[in-house]
Design a protein. Structure first.
Length: 126
């Protein structure tokens, strides 16, 4: 039971890290768009705060992968993967809250259907 609980903690940390990384990266891209028109201009545009945000995003991405691997040492993939797919909802919510993105009713329905599908994939013994 303890192994299962710790596996779930690592799974949640993996989801939070991965989604946070994506939100930071998207915010950085949105910030760079008015400044950068091509790939060659990106290094010059990555000043101190932007470089720090990029580094934080990469650290969170690597941490998320590390937590994912740790969760798989304690959980079955058939259980962990459907739950990890539920991070879609977290990503949508955070994109609305922190990036000011709008989500149409159709997109919300699609997100909910993804969650229902992921839930149906979970084994009955989980």
């Amino acid at each position: 039971m303890r192994r299962f609980l710790i596996g779930n903690v690592f799974l949640v940390l993996s989801m939070i890290s991965a989604v946070s990384s994506q939100i930071l990266l998207k915010a950085l891209i949105d910030d760079l768009q008015p400044v950068v028109s091509g790939l060659r201009e990106i290094p010059a545009a990555l000043d101190g705060p932007r470089a720090l945000r990029l580094a934080a995003s990469m650290v969170l991405l690597v941490a998320g992968y590390g937590f994912w691997v740790l969760s798989l040492t304690r959980l079955d993939l058939s259980y962990a993967y459907p739950i990890a797919c539920c991070s879609v909802l977290v990503a949508v919510l955070l994109s609305v809250l922190f990036l000011g993105e709008s989500v149409s009713p159709r997109q919300w329905v699609g997100t909910v259907l993804l969650l229902i599908g992921a839930t149906m994939l979970m084994p009955a013994s989980a």
